[in-house]
Design a protein around this ligand. Structure first.
Ligand code: 3MF
Ligand code: MG
Ligand code: MG
Ligand code: MG
Length: 385
């Protein structure tokens, strides 16, 4: 039961299960895992794919011959296991060059270097069969506003995204670009902090159809926002290109906890939403094992993410199929044809009739039975229904 299989489309990043447990106060607690070893382990656990930053696979400064050897080993592991690389992304945050921004650095040398690194990562991903390219603007932010940079960054960021899209097009690559908002960390404030701000930016790009979102559970939660609502809006706009699943306590440092380990109810309604939405892309876990863990803990963490997802999927289906829930929902939406005939697209006639409308007094005193409905959700989650 709850055995992950490739058709569930679960993916992990090399940087997630490979996380060595460094934090701002403490050094690494685990050894680096070789990429080909990670591929074999993830395949054993039933994952569909492995995602990567350029530097997760090929550390910065690797000589060309060694680069080829790494790539050969990695591709061999992919071939042996059937694991896919659905998504790649450039690390535009580790290099000291990026300390005041990468694609929005005030220094044009740094902006050009960040763009070069992005183009090279597009090449690398194409070689590995990736079709999703994530852009997480982690260093595109500020602590100091005295620079007057805030009004300038939009143009720089936009130009860089347009450049990448046109490069990919010209090379004949088949990428969809997924932008990932985060409110803060590592910068004091990151420009484009939320799903809403990222969605708005897409409309200002040259090729908006190539761009969508990679929302992350932890990121919206850090900002105190409702991740389920954010994903619902992205879906409504047809912009869910990828998703980062994990968990997080509100208003803390970036925790990247095991999926479902903290906000179980939000995770439940998220799986409910995703599974009903027709989204068929990767379910990517952008999280890592706690710093307390050894390698066994890492694989327990990975299994836990997938297992919890599958359990929640079953619970969500049972909740939706529960006749008591269905009856409550039917009453909730009140499918009354009389007012419905007045809604929808504008017409002069409807407008005139709307002006005659008298709201029945019962609409004011009605209860919505949300206490009952929510308790049913809780009982499904607690496993007593
Ligand atoms: C940081 C993140 C990033 C992005 C990744 C691109 C290191 O909070 O979420 O992970 O997800 O860079 O996918
Ligand atoms: Mg994150
Ligand atoms: Mg993180
Ligand atoms: Mg992420």
């Amino acid at each position: 039961m709850y055995e992950p299989r490739p058709e569930h489309k679960f993916t992990f990043g090399l940087w997630t299960v490979g996380n060595i447990g460094r934090d701002p106060f403490g050094e690494a607690v685990r050894e680096r895992l070789e990429p080909d070893y990670v591929v074999h382990k993830l395949a054993e656990l039933g994952a569909y794919g492995v995602n990567l930053h350029d530097e997760d696979l090929i550390p910065r400064g690797t000589p060309p011959a060694e680069r080829e050897a790494i790539l050969r080993r990695f591709k061999k592991a992919l071939q042996e296991t059937g694991l896919k690389v659905p998504m790649v992304t450039a690390n535009l945050f580790s290099d000291p060059a990026f300390k005041d921004g990468a694609l929005t650095s005030p220094d044009p040398w740094v902006r050009a270097y960040a763009l070069k690194k992005s183009l090279e990562t597009l090449d690398l991903g194409a070689e590995l069969g990736a079709q999703i390219y994530v852009v997480w603007p982690g260093r595109e932010g500020a602590e100091v506003d005295a620079t007057g940079k805030a009004p300038r960054v939009w143009g720089w960021f936009r130009e860089a995204l347009d450049f990448m899209a046109e490069y990919a097009e010209e090379q004949g690559y088949n990428y969809r670009f997924a932008l990932e908002p985060k409110p803060n960390e590592p910068r004091g404030d990151i420009y484009l902090p939320t799903v809403g701000s990222m969605l708005a930016l897409i409309g200002t790009l040259k090729h908006p159809q190539r761009f969508g979102l990679n929302p992350e559970f932890a990121h919206e939660t850090m900002a105190g926002l409702n991740f389920v609502h954010a994903v619902a809006q992205i879906l409504d706009m047809g912009k869910l290109f990828h998703i980062d699943l994990n968990d997080q306590r509100m208003s803390r440092f970036d925790q990247d906890l095991r999926f479902g380990s903290e906000n179980l109810k939000a995770a439940f309604f998220l799986v409910d939403l995703l599974e009903a939405s027709g989204y068929d892309g990767p379910r990517h876990f952008d999280a890592h094992a706690l710093r307390t863990e050894d390698e066994a803990g890492v694989w327990a963490f990975a299994k836990g993410c997938m297992r919890t997802y599958l359990i929640l999927k079953e619970k969500a289906q049972a909740f939706r199929a529960d006749p008591e829930v269905q009856a409550l929902l039917e009453a909730y939406y009140q499918a009354d044809p009389e007012p419905q005939a007045l809604l929808g697209a504008y017409s002069r006639e409807k407008a005139q009739r709307l002006k005659q409308l008298e709201l029945p007094e019962a609409r004011r005193s009605r209860g919505y039975a949300l206490e009952q409905l929510d308790q049913l959700a809780v009982e499904h989650l607690l496993g007593v229904r």
